[in-house]
Design a protein around this ligand. Structure first.
Ligand SMILES: C[S@@+](CC[C@H](N)C(=O)[O-])C[C@H]1O[C@@H](n2cnc3c(N)ncnc32)[C@H](O)[C@@H]1O
Length: 164
């Protein structure tokens, strides 16, 4: 049987994802340093004896010491999950910088955004200067949208189906 190169790539990716599922995910949960105790507690409550690899809890202050704590050369995240990180706080530039630092060309961001105030909502436009966005789900009564995002131009290269 002859395969076109795109069929070959698809098979290769499916095989790789199956192997990855069997290996279990390596998860890093992050927050500000003063909140790590609480985060560690919550992560343990939710994952103890339930997952192959215990998630790593790690300090991340958006925009600060990114290269020191998450060196580009050795850090690779397949997915970044961000929920309700855009609200009335003065670190939106730093948040965007952090997404930019942590995202490789094949990283998929899953981002739940609650729309509140205009100023914060404009973050979506700024985000789109670096990333392509796709709406995965909408909850209009809650003003919440779930987005998938990838670096500009990379969405076509790595199509992705959300299966839950
Ligand atoms: C509204 S909470 C959302 C928490 C959680 N993702 C959820 O959906 O329940 C915002 C989170 O962003 C974190 N955060 C706020 N400012 C931050 C900063 N400058 N650097 C890192 N994390 C920050 C907060 O500590 C908090 O955990």
């Amino acid at each position: 049987m002859d395969l076109t190169s795109s069929q070959h790539n698809r098979l290769h990716n499916e095989k790789r994802r199956k192997l990855e599922r069997q290996a279990g995910a390596l998860v890093t949960a992050t927050d500000l340093p003063e909140l790590l105790g609480n985060l560690q507690h919550n992560v343990l409550q939710n994952t103890k004896l339930k997952c192959k690899h215990q998630p790593c809890v790690k300090e991340l202050s958006w925009g600060i010491d990114l290269e020191k704590n998450f060196p580009r050369a050795s850090c690779h995240f397949d997915y970044i999950m961000a929920a309700d990180v855009v609200y009335h706080h003065p670190f939106l530039d730093e948040l965007l910088l952090t997404f930019d630092h942590l995202c490789k060309n094949d990283t998929v961001i899953m981002w739940a955004m609650k729309f509140r105030l205009d100023n914060e909502n404009q973050f979506v436009d700024r985000f789109q200067t670096l990333f392509d966005l796709e709406v995965i789900s909408n909850f209009p009564s809650l003003n919440i949208t779930l987005y998938k995002a990838m670096r500009k131009g990379m969405m076509k290269v790595r199509p992705f189906k959300l299966s839950v």
